[in-house]
Write a protein that binds this ligand. Structure first.
Ligand code: CP3
Length: 359
């Protein structure tokens, strides 16, 4: 019979580093994964993508989505895999027309007034998203034992920007005009997204996700009052609804570009971790964001494109700033397609080498 110490040390060895940090531990080296770690910078992704048909076909193909999720895990040994899917699957599964055109990004049939909400049909949404659960079930079976499985969704504000603008936007004028000008109608859209998103995240957990991340990519385009109304309140409502079903599953939010509006964000929304964009000074975050159990981030994706000494210095600065703090190493935004795949390998090796030296 092993004694208690041996049992404990076995448990520690098998526990996944990412989950341990989200439970409040500090780890040297920190666990690492990268937003958009699956994608066009990898030749093996482009090969699967070329065979799959359109991008949405790939997202709804559990076998192929699991394969492209696993590709960067095999190459780099990341501490977490993020299920291959997209934040625009929710509007698609709710019944909005969504298309991804080569070289143009997403294209949606816009919803711009309360009367347009009738196209959104929550009943049947989870059945349409069932292939994503299929992807998660494959991953739960096939991932290495130390690799955590992350599910995700877009935050209501960010998803709404695409739903209302009809695609990507430069100035967010159409969605802001609705949000600022006719609050009750826009609130009805956000409320529907809150429910759909929480239910979708719960379903992902039931299918094997161990952590969930909420991407609020366009949080930074709103002034303070609107940020509280359309970013903080909906994420808080999602977390409440989600926690009622999944009380122990950690939640990370990525309110990109929010800057000093992040003061109090974790306490108000109830998230465990906050993912920081590259413009956020880590010394400031460390001093001011103590309500977040974990900070994630925040290497500039362009430093990963550049590689070499500039990347090494960027990594060293982050590790130094986060020493002794619960931290997950990540980028400040997703990997961009021109990234040389070998730089990603160098990044992982450098984080582990430098952290080892510091720790
Ligand atoms: O590896 C991973 O990170 C998991 C998969 C993932 C994708 N999209 C795959 C994808 C994740 C987590 C996302 C999130 C996502 N999708 C966000 C939030 C994060 C961020 O990057 O800000 C947003 C805003 C979207 C919406 C979206 N999807 C846009 C605007 C585009 C077109 C622009 C682009 O980068 O091409 C996508 C397409 C998309 N989503 C691709 C991938 C791999 C590229 C499509 C292709 O292969 O042709």
């Amino acid at each position: 019979m092993p004694n208690a110490e041996q049992v404990k040390s076995t448990a520690e060895r098998v526990a996944k580093p990412l989950l341990r940090v989200l439970a409040g531990d500090q780890r040297t080296p920190p666990p690492i994964w990268l937003m958009r770690q699956a994608g066009r910078y990898l030749p093996e992704y482009r090969a699967v993508r070329a065979d799959a048909g359109g991008f949405l076909d790939l997202c709804y193909d559990s076998e192929r989505s699991a394969e492209v999720t696993l590709q960067p895990i095999r190459r780099y040994g990341f501490d977490a895999a993020i299920v291959f899917a997209d934040i625009l699957l929710i509007p698609h599964a709710l019944g909005q027309d969504v298309a991804f055109k080569q070289g143009e990004g997403p294209c949606l049939e816009p919803i711009r007034k309360a009367g347009d909400l009738a196209v959104l049909r929550p009943e049947g949404m989870l059945e349409k998203l069932e292939p994503v659960m299929g992807t998660l079930r494959i991953l739960a079976r096939e991932l290495p034992s130390e690799c955590a499985l992350i599910g995700f969704a877009g935050a209501p504000w960010t998803v709404a920007t695409y739903m209302v603008e009809g695609g990507s936007s430069k100035d967010y004028l159409t969605v802001k005009r609705w949000a600022f000008g006719e609050e009750p109608g826009f609130a009805a859209l956000i409320d529907r997204l809150v429910e759909a998103t929480a239910d979708y995240l719960v379903a992902q957990v039931r299918a094997g996700a161990e952590v969930v991340q909420i991407f609020d990519t366009w949080a930074g385009v709103l002034p303070e009052a609107a940020f509280r109304r359309w970013c903080v309140a909906p994420v808080k409502a999602i977390v409440e609804r989600f926690r009622a079903q999944c009380p122990t599953v950690p939640v990370i939010a990525f309110p990109r570009g929010a800057g000093p509006l992040l003061l109090g964000y974790a306490a108000e929304t109830g998230v465990d971790g906050v993912s920081l964009d590259s413009a956020m000074p880590l010394a400031w975050a460390r001093e001011n964001l103590n309500d977040a159990r974990v900070l994630q981030g925040n290497l500039d994706p362009a430093l990963l494109v550049a590689g070499g000494q500039p990347m090494r210095e960027g990594i060293a600065t982050i590790l130094e700033a986060m020493k002794g703090r619960s931290h997950i190493f990540n980028l400040g935004h997703g990997i961009v397609p021109p990234t040389p795949p070998e730089h990603v390998g160098e990044l992982v090796a450098t984080v582990r080498e430098l952290a080892g030296r510091n720790g």
